[in-house]
Design a protein around this ligand. Structure first.
Ligand SMILES: [Zn+2]
Ligand SMILES: [Zn+2]
Length: 369
């Protein structure tokens, strides 16, 4: 049986989200129905609203969320009604060309269904109240009281972690911590520079610390965000409107450049600075993004010298392995999440949250359902 519930729907690029009643699909044999308890606003949602990320509309946005399992499909094993879960946006088949090469983020089925706004089985799991079709952002559409998702996307976490904290693990925190722990090869004592101190960057700083970095230098344009960066573990903070981060990188390393750069600023200037700031033989991990149709230019020499340059969308996430570890790190006090939440609001106010995000005034706004 389907059911009706409220969700935030994007009908047209450049317009606010509409809070309206939609109709969820029945739970299929491999699906679970999750009652969403908290969902946070990520920059990717804003990119869809502004049209730099293009999807078929109308669409339910939201892809960083946590909740409670309310119903399980007939064939679902390992999940129980009442489980607390964080949702993953990278379902994968486990046996295609890319899955066999340990790249679930490139899974053939994932890459085929995602741009169409469909779920992993190629269908939509909700319609507008009128019965018209509706798409879902990143296999979730989590700005919604309920989500029907394949069981593999619902990852059980301990019940002690509050929903408004655990939801952050689903996208930004996974990407940042994973960029440092899974993608980069950070050695004990390395000097690591992190560009951009939004949720991903603040998580990357903490990932670098967990990986054993000796010195962590945070770069942003906003002193308020840098202040939070120092609270979550940055040793040195650079406001790039006042100081050249490339100069700082060289000064801190006797002119060599830093060992590892983790980028989450999503700006062409930052992309260019990352390759200048890293040492010969060092690593640059780009986690941020811009409109995929845009060009970025680099000084060719800045790419040479055996530098290892890599882009990652989800920090090498293996959600079933990583989400419980991140939740435990929070509960143990090794991963700070409270500092990332700057605003809390109800679903009805979600457009105010996006106004704040557009103005660069937030780290994370959490919608409390
Ligand atoms: Zn995201
Ligand atoms: Zn696959």
């Amino acid at each position: 049986m389907g059911s009706d519930f409220r969700a935030a729907v994007l009908h047209r690029v450049g317009t606010p989200l509409a809070i309206e009643t939609i109709t969820g699909a029945a739970v299929g044999p491999d699906d679970v129905r999750v009652r969403i308890r908290a969902a946070s606003l990520c920059h990717t949602d804003l990119e869809v609203m502004e049209g730099s990320l293009r999807y078929p509309l109308p669409m339910v946005l939201g892809h960083e969320a946590s909740g409670i399992i309310e119903e399980t499909g007939a064939d679902v094993t390992g999940l129980t009604v009442g489980d607390h879960v964080v949702l993953s946006w990278n379902p994968h088949c486990g046996h295609c060309f890319q899955c066999d090469r340990d790249q679930p983020i490139l899974c053939d089925t994932y890459l085929e269904a995602g741009p169409r706004g469909m779920h992993f089985d190629g269908t939509s799991k909700a319609t507008l109240a009128s019965g018209s079709p509706l798409t879902h952002l990143m296999f979730l559409g989590a700005f919604s009281e309920y989500c029907v998702v394949p069981a593999q996307q619902a990852i059980v976490v301990p019940k002690d972690i509050p929903f408004d904290r655990s939801c952050l693990i689903g996208c930004g925190v996974m990407t940042g911590v994973g960029g440092a722990l899974n993608v980069a090869d950070i050695r004990q004592g390395d000097t690591v520079m992190v560009f951009g101190c939004g949720a991903v960057g603040l998580a990357a700083i903490q990932g670098a610390r967990l990986a054993g970095a000796g010195t962590i230098i945070a770069v942003d344009l906003d002193d308020t965000k840098l202040e939070i960066a120092s609270r979550v573990g940055a040793d040195q903070c650079v406001n790039a409107t006042k100081k050249d981060p490339v100069e700082v990188a060289r000064t801190a390393t006797r002119g060599r450049g830093v060992d590892v750069v983790l980028e989450s600023a999503g700006h062409p200037t930052a992309f260019k600075q990352t390759t200048e700031a890293v040492r010969l033989g060092g690593q640059v991990i780009w986690l941020g993004k811009i409109d995929v149709a845009k060009d970025v230019s680099f000084r060719w020499g800045s790419l040479m010298g055996e530098k290892r340059l890599r882009r990652s969308s989800y920090g090498g996430a293996r959600p079933r392995r990583d989400f419980p570890l991140l939740a435990k790190a929070y509960l143990d006090g090794r991963l700070k999440l409270d500092e990332l939440i700057t605003h809390r609001m109800k679903l009805e106010s979600i457009n105010e949250g996006f106004d704040l995000l557009r103005a660069g005034k937030t780290i994370r706004t959490v919608i409390d359902f």
